[in-house]
Design a protein around this ligand. Structure first.
Ligand SMILES: Cc1cc2nc3c(=O)[nH]c(=O)nc-3n(C[C@H](O)[C@H](O)[C@H](O)COP(=O)(O)O)c2cc1C
Length: 377
């Protein structure tokens, strides 16, 4: 058990990001820390999910992940009225982009289906905005939990302050060493360095280079390595580079407790690392996901290009949900990292945690024996 584990009250420095409360609870019960991603949840849903976690995590700590992007269309155009947000943002989507999406639907024979009132992917559009994000944060900050993590940008000072008042540690995802330094200056307690291999929003630097650079940049502040970690050998490599723990996401998409659509689980189990692409086509910011007809079309230089956040997400949500309901899987993907190639069978989350720990221990022992052999020869 290292210092970070002691401070957070966990047994193993394995962190599991998931949108699914069952995964979060299972990982925490197994001795790691499950972290619930609440981006697509309304404030009421967050309240329900956190109440459930309080009762079902076996008294073990869990965390909450919020997305606080620095730059979005609503922030830049001063939109603050949450009630009008969806309709005002819808008006900002250029007709050229709608026509392009419609043409794509025609190409793949996706019929027109009744709209679901802008709620195709839950509350995620609101979650990306400043007004919606604050409503989510109010609920999150009103609850006891062990770890509050901010994706996409440094958490505002008032968020860090209120979390610290409750004794909650604050973490932030970064893709570059200077972002890590900035977060530490603002009072963030744990840096999560997200490398190129990772699912979802990610920078351009691979883990082998990013992890030691971030560790060296932040001194004593604990660093978690994120991106491409699916087993104990990868965990040992990350710890060898100076990380205090690992932050994982993709591997939980195919665990037994996952909330992922069963058809998508079957597809993920067959994908290779090269079946993912870092593309702006889902949210407007570079985001690693399954390569699909949707990503190809929006990454095509002949197309109109992706819109800024959250407008691109609104198009994505509406049209890919239409494709999903019509059973046109070639257009339906979602975030997953390059580690997908190692996700080949469904296993219980607790078993994944324990096998990662076992493989980590065996790897460190093997490396120690390698060192002995080197010294002897
Ligand atoms: C389906 C999915 C959705 C994600 N959404 C978020 C998110 O909302 N907030 C966040 O901080 N990270 C999100 N991530 C990224 C994870 O937190 C984590 O950093 C990443 O998955 C680590 O890389 P790996 O996938 O190689 O394990 C998501 C990952 C996946 C697989």
């Amino acid at each position: 058990m290292n210092r970070l584990c002691r401070e957070l009250g966990i047994e193993y420095p394995i962190f599991a990001f998931s949108h699914c409360r069952d995964v979060v609870a299972a990982v925490s019960r197994a001795g790691g820390m499950g972290v619930l991603g609440i981006l697509a949840m309304s404030p009421d849903e967050i309240d329900i999910e956190l109440s459930w976690l309080e009762k079902n995590s076996g008294g073990r700590p869990y965390g909450v992940d919020v997305a606080i992007p620095g730059r979005t269309v609503d922030r830049e155009s001063g939109l603050t009225d949450a009630g009008q947000m969806q309709s005002r943002l819808q008006e900002m989507i250029p007709q050229k982009h709608r026509d392009y999406a419609e043409e794509l639907m025609r190409r793949y024979d996706v019929p027109s289906l009744p709209a679901k009132n802008g709620q195709e992917h839950g509350w995620a559009t609101e979650g990306f905005t400043a007004a919606g994000g604050e409503e989510q944060l109010e609920v999150v900050l009103g609850r006891e939990h062990g770890f509050l993590v901010s994706a996409l940008g440094p958490p505002p000072a008032w968020v860090i302050e209120r979390a610290h008042e409750r004794g909650t540690k604050v973490g932030a995802l970064v893709g570059k060493p200077h972002q890590a330094v900035r977060n530490v200056e603002l009072g963030v307690d744990v840096i999560i360095c997200q490398s190129y291999e990772a699912a979802a929003h990610t920078g351009e630097i691979g883990g082998m280079v990013l992890i030691p650079d971030v560790v060296d940049a932040v001194g004593d502040v604990p660093v978690l390595a994120a991106g491409g970690i699916g087993g104990g050998r990868q965990m040992a490599a990350a710890m060898g580079l100076g990380a205090q723990g690992v932050w994982t996401g993709s591997i939980w998409l195919t665990c037994r407790e996952t909330g992922t659509d069963p058809e998508m689980v079957e597809r993920l189990l067959k994908l290779n690392s090269t079946d993912t692409v870092r593309s702006t086509s889902q949210t407007g910011k570079p985001n690693r996901q399954v390569r699909t007809g949707w990503t190809e079309a929006w990454d095509d230089p002949a197309g109109p290009g992706s819109l800024p956040m959250p407008l691109q997400y609104m198009l994505y949500a509406e049209y890919t949900e239409r494709a999903r309901r019509a059973g046109v899987h070639d257009l339906v993907g979602g975030p997953v990292g390059q580690v997908v190639g190692r996700m080949t069978k469904v296993r219980p989350a607790g078993e994944i945690v324990l096998s990662m720990v076992e493989e980590y221990v065996a790897t460190v022992q093997r490396m120690s024996a390698q060192l002995d052999a080197l010294v002897e020869s």
